[in-house]
Design a protein around this ligand. Structure first.
Ligand code: NIG
Ligand code: ZN
Length: 430
């Protein structure tokens, strides 16, 4: 059988790491593994078969058949980007709320007034699965064209069994039919539904929603990877968060939840204690929380768009990095933060959170893959990992971050498992 793809003669190939690391911290994030004038081979199984100097690969593969050859002369190759936090299934946009927030309303002002998540819940409950699937497909396509090849997708705009399952089923259909890799998250505790107390909502999740989910998962109808809770004042408190996350863990789900966003809740300490794979947001995390996450190897998924749009204090990326926390990035795509682009997210992380460009790229590849439990197969260009990569029309990879909003011109090809899923022949010469 012929190999799927040869990407030849790239100016730079950014491997990220090359010793099977599952994540990078501290100095490891500063010194990414980059090789020059190199080629990469993806085999018939869609996995990376070989990476090396262009002349060596030319010699070794002389006469070997490839389904496709990309001449990457003058271009760069990086791993496909990993978006570790999105809410992409919903109906009803919130452009009107953006205007309210620009005029001074806070996120919780809008939420308490029955808008925010509640507005989206109302529209998502009423939407047909086919409508949700069509908009999800469009959004995932946009993300893919911006370089995302693995994305976490949450439910959480149902807050009751039927709509939560509808959302997870829509995500499942996307996972089975689209090329983009998906990590699916049950987020039934995204808000306390109108008319219910926290205790009632928690009981519904524990006694109704999770058992039904478990049943569908064991029947093979649904694959769900992670469990999420919005642990926040006025949403789910620490003790209800604990019981929901523990129940998810007992079902085999990875813990990956919203914590310490608007108030210090000790979410980081709770996550570390429960062995959470990741906690998102953390704008209000304490020093103790940071230390607990570093020790537990719980990844911090930082979301630069949230702090930017809501004008919140920035997450303390530098303190986390210095403490040895595994820092990852996500777009937080949702009706509040309408951003599909990880290159924009990396740019914001560098400018507003003071990360370096190598740190941002490590956070958007290997560390984001770790946060989703996928860093053994994704997040770096290493032999036997998935052949998911981007070819950039630029002589140095840093252009993808430096050129704010420039990804539409810079990304020449997006490749998933050796297949070109986006060929941007409109790219201009550098
Ligand atoms: N903070 C909670 N959840 C989302 C926002 C969801 C929404 O506003 O619809 C977030 O991560 O930013
Ligand atoms: Zn979120």
């Amino acid at each position: 059988m012929s190999n799927k793809l040869l990407v030849k003669n790239a100016k730079q190939v950014v491997l990220i790491c090359n010793n099977g690391e599952k994540f990078l911290t501290k100095d490891g994030m500063q010194k990414l593994c980059v090789i020059e004038n190199s080629s990469l081979v993806i085999g018939s199984d869609g996995l990376i078969k070989d990476i090396g100097p262009a002349s060596t690969i030319d010699f070794q593969y002389a006469g070997v058949l490839f389904d496709k050859v990309i001449d990457a002369t003058g271009m760069c190759v990086i791993p496909g980007l990993v978006d570790a936090h999105t809410h992409p299934v919903w109906a009803g946009d919130r452009v009107h709320e953006f205007a309210m927030k620009l005029a001074g309303a806070t996120y919780m002002d809008v939420h308490r007034a029955g808008g925010g998540i509640h507005f989206t819940v109302e529209h998502t409950r009423a939407a047909l699965p086919s409508t949700l699937l069509a908009s999800l497909t469009g959004r995932l396509g946009r993300m893919q064209r911006a370089g995302t090849t693995l994305v976490e997708c949450k439910s959480g705009y149902g807050l009751e069994l039927q709509t939560e399952l509808k959302m997870l089923e829509v995500i499942e259909t996307a996972r089975r039919t689209l090329p983009i890799n998906i990590s699916s998250t049950y987020c039934g505790a995204h808000a306390v539904p109108k008319g219910k107390t926290v205790a009632e909502a928690t009981t519904d999740i524990l006694k109704v929603q999770l058992p039904q989910l478990r049943e569908r998962m064991s029947a093979g109808a649904l694959r769900v990877d992670n469990i999420d809770v919005f642990c926040e004042q006025g949403v789910f408190d620490l003790s209800s968060t604990r019981s929901i996350l523990q129940a998810g863990l007992d079902m085999g789900l990875n813990i990956n939840f919203h914590g310490d966003e608007l108030h210090p809740m000790n979410s980081a300490q709770l996550g570390a204690e429960l062995g959470a794979l990741a906690i998102s947001h953390l704008e209000e995390v304490t020093d103790d929380g940071i230390a607990a996450m570093a020790t537990a190897k719980t990844a911090a998924i930082l979301l630069p768009t949230t702090a930017y749009i809501l004008r919140l204090p920035q997450p303390r990326a530098r303190d986390m990095l210095e403490a040895g926390v595994i820092v990852a990035l996500g777009s937080d795509f949702n009706p509040n933060a309408y951003c599909c682009s990880m290159p924009v997210v990396m740019h914001l992380a560098c400018v507003n959170m003071r990360m370096s460009m190598p740190e941002a790229l490590a956070a958007a590849t290997i560390n984001a893959a770790y946060a989703l439990g996928r860093s053994h197969t994704h997040g770096s260009l290493e032999v036997n990992k998935h052949g998911d990569l981007l070819v950039l029309n630029a002589p140095r990879w840093e252009h993808l971050i430096y050129q704010l909003g420039g990804h539409q011109e810079l990304i020449r090809y997006v490749v998933i498992r050796g297949n070109v899923v986006y060929n941007n022949d409109k790219t201009m010469d550098f």
